[in-house]
Design a binder for this molecule. Sequence first.
Ligand SMILES: Nc1ncnc2c1ncn2[C@@H]1O[C@H](COP(=O)(O)OP(=O)(O)OP(=O)(O)O)[C@@H](O)[C@H]1O
Length: 260
Amino acid sequence: MKPLLEVRNVTKRFGGLIAVNDVSFDVRKGEILSVIGPNGAGKSTLFKLISSFLKTSNGLVLFRGEIISNLAPHTVARRGVVRTFQETTIFKSMTVRENIIVSHHLQSKASLLGFFLGSRKARADEKRFGESADRIIGLLGLENIANELASNLPQGHLRVLGMAIGLATDPAIILLDEPFAGLNHDETMRLVTLVQRLRDEREVTVLLVEHDIPAVMKISNRIVVLNFGQKIAEGTPQEIQNNPGVIEAYLGSEDMAVGI
Ligand SMILES: Nc1ncnc2c1ncn2[C@@H]1O[C@H](COP(=O)(O)OP(=O)(O)OP(=O)(O)O)[C@@H](O)[C@H]1O
């Protein structure tokens, strides 16, 4: 089967610095693939290249066989490659449910205009988006806080709301940028289970960048390891854990302390 996403010889230079150096890998439909690596390895840059927030210096990113690198980021998102956890997309003065409904509207400018004009189509959209929001709320177990203002939510719930907002755009693949950062152990484990449920029940493919190695080991089907911009390993969590090159790359880095 053709991969859902293909990263082909992608390079990014910032002046004389090569942040991402000739990186290639595939993301298969229905898998959770994590990108790890020591600080400054190029993980965030790679994510921005995939979501087209940055232009590649060389190489291509393909989604369903079509080139998406260097398109406008909103075009890439519309095709189904959605980056989440940018907290700026959460409206703090709205409730959880309202936030999820609004993000459905943001998919379509026409529907947003109709919403303000109160057209019949807009009312139909309203009903459809409300039902979809309730399905997402159910899937992510947000029922108890559906009517809570976003401004009152703790970090863990905000992360889940960020994911709910991403899901409202019906993505084929979601890019999670350090989803577990700042969460305690219980919050992390709850989110790990939720992301796995998304993959299993909604068939969403997940690509994530993360420093929390134990969580990555638990959640991932496969892992890609970067060091100094280059891919140094790719494999299952077990293969990565036993890879001497990976262990060496992490030697002396803080992440050693959390157990690779
Ligand atoms: N806009 C930029 N201009 C110049 N250099 C940059 C820019 N963005 C990133 N870099 C450099 O590119 C390299 C890779 O950075 P990047 O943030 O992608 O690494 P990372 O693996 O995500 O690091 P961390 O784990 O610390 O977040 C670093 O040396 C960084 O200083």
